[in-house]
Design a protein around this ligand. Structure first.
Ligand SMILES: *[C@@H]1O[C@H](CO)[C@@H](O)[C@H](O)[C@H]1NC(C)=O
Ligand SMILES: *[C@@H]1O[C@H](CO)[C@@H](O)[C@H](O)[C@H]1NC(C)=O
Ligand SMILES: *[C@@H]1O[C@H](CO)[C@@H](O)[C@H](O)[C@H]1NC(C)=O
Ligand SMILES: *[C@@H]1O[C@H](CO)[C@@H](O)[C@H](O)[C@H]1NC(C)=O
Ligand SMILES: *[C@@H]1O[C@H](CO)[C@@H](O)[C@H](O)[C@H]1NC(C)=O
Ligand SMILES: CC(=O)N[C@H]1CO[C@H](CO)[C@@H](O)[C@@H]1O
Length: 476
């Protein structure tokens, strides 16, 4: 049963956090299974003592935060590349060449540091993801964490005043990188696929999925979902679908059950689009081409069944989720990672309720999924899990506080790809930011430019990397 939320978890986000590339779109992190499995690595983390609440001087409680460091290329006065943690556990692979940062560090004699974000992985205050602990989870607290950690790195590695600090992030941690500017003494930032504009509802996500799949392939998915909606109306239909899709528990009959089931069917397809051709464990295994090779116009339902079962096999997912009760139970689990492999889902859900929304609801016919994947389904979870009712007000505050697309900064690089659904909330052109530092790539997916380069990368990606290198040469 444990594997179910893996599937539900954010298809999303986290690129930087090795651990969790957001598992599902809604909340957790895309769980790149490879990264969660114990890896052959001799790298031990360092543990840093962090302040629990940066905004209350009277509270002196602390917790332990995890860091990985790669000194291989570092020479005195070289830059410090700080890979900001996002919504998932940090893994040693993050400093061992999984990202392009190692190439840049090699070129510029840089130090590579990777921080785990509070309330993810093993950096969990109060030893629990209880509501009491989650009170201290926010992007503001996380940014303050980085400011404090900087001093620790500075003294431990004898970093000189000549060294420049570079904040690196992708997806949510790309937001953090962009927001670091002029706060944590960062000298330049590298922010990829960052949805810097928060939004309660995010139906555009699903429309980009449709565009990225292409009309013919998306049309088959849409027909399959229509057929499934019809079958779900009767007990016989639900029994048949439960069997064909090998669900964990027989599909329930409430609207919440149907939303849970249908959302679970959409996730694998969204994930394949989001990470299409990315040099990570998902992108290298299953992309748009594979999804569409399953979608046969003559037999939409059978096509989706075959694809889902194939996906489950490839990612060793035991079953698809069939009931809301089982789904929500996993999000109620306050046990931290690694005992609870879905822990990131709970923390990320909390952050979406309190700060970002980003709920990928399926609206209208300009997208291929079921209308049961609805905004109320997401918002009810905020209320049920955390008692949060005012998500709109929270999201408004986030946009007011950080300025959404009106980010003012000079030495910053923003990159996005048009295949990636998240680009709809990202910075795509110059304005306050110099247009020369903003890249919008044709054909690339989520955080493409952050991963290690390959000969087979698209031209648009190669160009972005070449121009990024020129900018780094200019700035470093
Ligand atoms: C640092 O990264 C390089 C690859 O860029 C890798 O060969 C080396 O093992 C890494 N060192 C550590 C301590 O992780
Ligand atoms: C980096 O930025 C900080 C804060 O703005 C500044 O004090 C420092 O001089 C900069 N470092 C370099 C090497 O430019
Ligand atoms: C689904 O898979 C079965 C078993 O592998 C295969 O016989 C059938 O042709 C597939 N159907 C479609 C529409 O791909
Ligand atoms: C921080 O703000 C100052 C003044 O507005 C600006 O000159 C500097 O470039 C900013 N730093 C970054 C990294 O953008
Ligand atoms: C993007 O790439 C596609 C496929 O290679 C091509 O058809 C299209 O013209 C390109 N669009 C732009 C704006 O370059
Ligand atoms: C994580 C991952 O799959 N990385 C791959 C990136 O591309 C190189 C070159 O093809 C592979 O060797 C890596 O395994």
């Amino acid at each position: 049963m444990k594997t179910t939320i893996l599937s539900l978890l954010l298809l999303g986000f986290a690129c930087v956090n090795a651990g969790v590339l957001l598992k599902t779109k809604h909340y957790g992190s895309m769980n790149h299974r490879d990264d969660l499995l114990p890896q052959a690595s001799n790298n031990e983390p360092l543990w840093f003592t962090q302040k629990l609440d940066h905004f209350n001087p009277a509270d002196d409680r602390q917790f332990k935060q995890k860091i990985y460091v790669n000194e291989t290329y570092y020479k005195r006065d070289g830059p410090v590349f700080v890979i900001l943690g996002g919504e998932g556990p940090a893994a040693p692979s993050g400093i061992e060449g999984r990202f392009i940062v190692n190439n840049y560090a090699q070129t510029f004699n840089g130090l590579i540091v990777s921080f785990e974000h509070r309330h993810y992985g093993e950096s969990v205050p109060l030893g629990s993801l209880s509501k009491e602990s989650l009170k201290y989870l926010s992007s503001q607290q996380a940014l303050a964490d980085y400011a404090v950690l900087r001093d620790f790195i500075k003294s431990k590695y004898d970093v000189s005043l000549k060294s420049k600090w570079i904040a690196v992030g992708g997806s949510y941690s790309g937001n953090l990188a962009a927001w670091c500017v002029n706060f944590t003494h960062v000298n330049l930032t590298f922010s990829t696929s960052a949805p810097v504009k928060a939004s309660v509802a995010f139906p555009e996500y699903m429309s980009v999925v449709q565009n990225s799949l292409g009309e013919e392939c998306a049309g088959v998915v849409r027909k399959a979902n229509d057929e499934i909606e019809n079958l779900l109306k009767t007990a016989d239909g639900r029994a048949r679908l439960s069997k064909e899709f090998s669900v964990c528990n027989p599909i329930g009959h409430t609207d919440d059950d149907l939303s849970t089931f249908l959302s679970g069917l959409a996730d694998p397809i969204c994930g394949a689009v989001q990470y299409n051709l990315d040099n990570n464990s998902l992108g290298n295994k299953l992309g748009i081409k594979e999804v569409c090779s399953f979608m046969k116009p003559e037999e939409p339902l059978r096509s989706l069944i075959n694809f889902t079962n194939h996906y489950n096999k490839v990612f060793e997912r035991e079953c698809s989720e069939g009931t809301y009760e089982n789904y929500i139970k996993q999000l109620q689990d306050e046990t931290p990672y690694p005992k609870n492999q879905n822990a990131a889902g709970r923390s990320w859900m909390y952050q979406t309720c309190m700060e970002f929304g980003y709920y990928q609801n399926a609206v209208g016919r300009d997208q291929p999924f079921s209308k049961y994947i609805s905004l109320p389904w997401f918002l009810n979870q905020c209320e049920q899990l955390f008692g949060v009712k005012n998500v709109q007000a929270n999201v408004d505050w986030t946009n007011q506080y950080y300025g959404q697309l009106d980010i003012k900064a000079t030495n910053t690089i923003f990159a996005n790809g048009n295949i990636d659904p998240w680009h709809k909330l990202g910075l795509l052109k110059g304005g306050y930011v110099d247009a020369n530092n903003v890249f919008f790539m044709n054909g690339t997916a989520h955080c493409a430019d952050l991963y290690a380069p390959r000969d087979t990368d698209l031209e648009s990606l190669k160009n972005t990397r070449a121009r990024t290198l020129e900018l780094l040469e200019k700035w470093l």
